[in-house]
Design a binder for this molecule. Structure first.
Ligand code: SF4
Length: 214
């Protein structure tokens, strides 16, 4: 099956998924969007108010800021794949619970496997923890590292920068590094190892909660 067909199948499964309690309160599930052959994949935390209304990722204020960040590094939004670690909105925009992260992680892992991106940019603590469970965002943001054969770049969540203005120039600076990381990944051919069987871990708590800002 082609990558686009696999992604379409995952989206269909997500739209009717009842694997965790988040399905009770969702209006629309948000599987993610973007080309099946994307070089770069962005992974946020979970849908907010507007994402839940529209069924699309990053369409609120944080989404507008993400669009600005992408434009600044000449990376058109329509050329990248954007999704979240949980595909349904946590009520009141609270943090996703461990059992919700675990229930939803298979969809994310299958999306990554289908797209096979050269770079994964994590936006916020929860998506970073999917790949780097022991890392602290304040120490590793903007720094690329190889994890299970992929170049992972942890970033602050755009909503965090809207809530805490001092993070905005930090995020803008981190994004300027992305084109260089794309080149680095293009010239490297690390072995792609199978995804870990370990369940997703809770992130280290050194970043302000972001989802309440959507
Ligand atoms: S958050 Fe994920 S696991 Fe939970 S109902 Fe939605 S799609 Fe299913």
């Amino acid at each position: 099956m082609k990558a686009a067909e696999i992604l379409a199948e995952i989206s269909q499964q997500v739209s009717v998924c009842e694997k965790c309690a988040l399905h009770y309160s969702r209006k629309h599930a948000v599987p993610g969007e973007g080309p099946a052959d994307s070089t770069v994949m962005f992974i946020g935390e979970g849908p907010g108010f507007y994402e839940n209304e529209q069924g699309r990722p990053f369409v609120g204020a944080a989404g507008n800021f993400l669009d600005e960040l992408l434009a600044a590094c000449r990376m058109p939004r329509e050329k990248v794949f954007i999704t979240n670690v949980v595909k349904c909105r946590p009520p009141g925009n609270r943090d996703p619970l461990p059992e919700e992260l675990t229930s939803c992680s298979d969809y994310l892992d299958r999306q990554i496997e289908a797209i096979n991106p050269k770079i994964i940019v994590t936006l916020g603590r929860f998506s970073m923890a999917h790949f780097m469970p022991l890392a602290k965002i304040g120490e590793v943001h903007g720094q690329a590292s190889w994890v299970r054969g992929r170049l992972i770049v942890p970033m602050y969540h755009p909503a965090a920068a809207l809530h805490q203005p001092s993070l905005k120039p930090v995020l803008e600076r981190d994004f300027t590094r992305l084109p260089g990381y794309v080149e680095q990944a293009r010239h490297a051919q690390p072995e792609i190892k199978p995804e870990s069987e370990e369940p997703p871990a809770a992130p280290q708590d050194d970043e302000p909660t972001q989802l309440s800002l959507f």
